[in-house]
Write a protein that binds this ligand. Sequence first.
Ligand code: SF4
Ligand code: MG
Length: 334
Amino acid sequence: SEPVLKVENLKKYFPIKRGLVDVLKGKPERHVKAVDGLTFEIGKQEVFALVGESGCGKSTTGKLVMKLLEPTDGKIYLEGKDVTELKSKEEVREYRRRVQMIFQDPFSSMNPRFRIYDVLEEPLLIHGIGETRAEREELIYKALEMVKIIPPEDYVGRFPHMLSGGQRQRVAIARALILNPTFIVADEPVSMLDVSIRAEVLELMKDLKEKMGVTYLYITHDLSTARYFADYIAVMYLGRIVEMGPAHVVIDNPIHPYTRALLAAVPEPIPERREIIKELPIKGEVPNAANVPAGCRFHPRCIYMEKGLCDTKHPQLIEYEHNHWVECWLAGKI
Ligand code: SF4
Ligand code: MG
C-alpha cells in the first residue's frame, strides 16, 4: 500500500551570516547543512523513529514535515500529495489539521492562562470543528477520556501548572488528536518526563495509534525508547541517515559504527548486544554542522576509519540486506 509519508532527497541548508570583512574579501557564502539528502517512507499506522544526538537534524526534519520550514530541496508527500506544492491558505490550513505535533515541553506549548478546556477548544475554533459549544464540549471530554484524564469534568477547569508533567503531556496528546489527524510528529515527547512515567505515555501513544489510525514520526535521542515504541528506526548523523531498518534489526544487528556507539551509550545495555558494544568507545563530540567533515562525516570519531577512503570519499546509503540500509564503506566488514 501507499506510504502515508514519503520523503525524497530532502535538504535544508541555513546560510551562515558573513561578517562585513568576509563580504568585502569576497568570501563565499557558507551554509549549515542541517538536513542533507534524506529519503524514507512511513507506512500507515507505523511509528518511524529518527534517532541521533542533538544537532544531527532530527528536529529540522520534523519542522520540514510540519511545514514550519520550507526545504532547500527535495520533496515531502502526504498520502501521495506533494506538500511543498500546498500554497493556498485553505490547503495549508487543512494540512495543519492533518499533521499535528507533540513537543518535548507541553508547558511551553500551552498558554498558561488557558484552562484545560480552552487549551483543547482552541484548535477546534481555529479549524471550525464543532458548530455549537455543546458539540465542542463533547469532543473535548472525549479527547480527555481517550488520554485517561478522567473524569474530564475534574480537569477542564484547571490550569496547565496544576497538572503533573505526565498529565500535561497527555493533554498535549489530546490536543493533537482532537483534530483527528493523519500524521503526528512527536519531538522528544517523553524526554522531559520522569523515567517512571515515560513508558506509560508511550504506551498511551501506541494505543491511540491503533484506535485513531494515526502514523507517527518519533524524534528522539534515546534508542531505548525508540526500540520500545518504533517499528522503524533511522539513525541520523550530521544531516544524513546513516542506518535505517526495522527497529529490531537495527537494534539486534547494528552495522554502522555510530549506531553501535549509540547503543553502547544506552544505560541498560541490551544483554545480547554486550559483545559488540564493549568494543565501541565513541571519540569526541558531534562536529559543528557548518564544518561537515570530508568523506564519511563520522570519520573523525570512528575507530574503524580507513585512511584514503573514509576521510576522502562520501559513502552512500545502500541496502545492506533486505530493508536494512547502511551508509558506511566498511558495512559488513567490521
Ligand atoms: Fe567509519 Fe569509514 Fe564507515 Fe565512516 S565509512 S563509519 S569512517 S568505517
Ligand atoms: Mg531537537
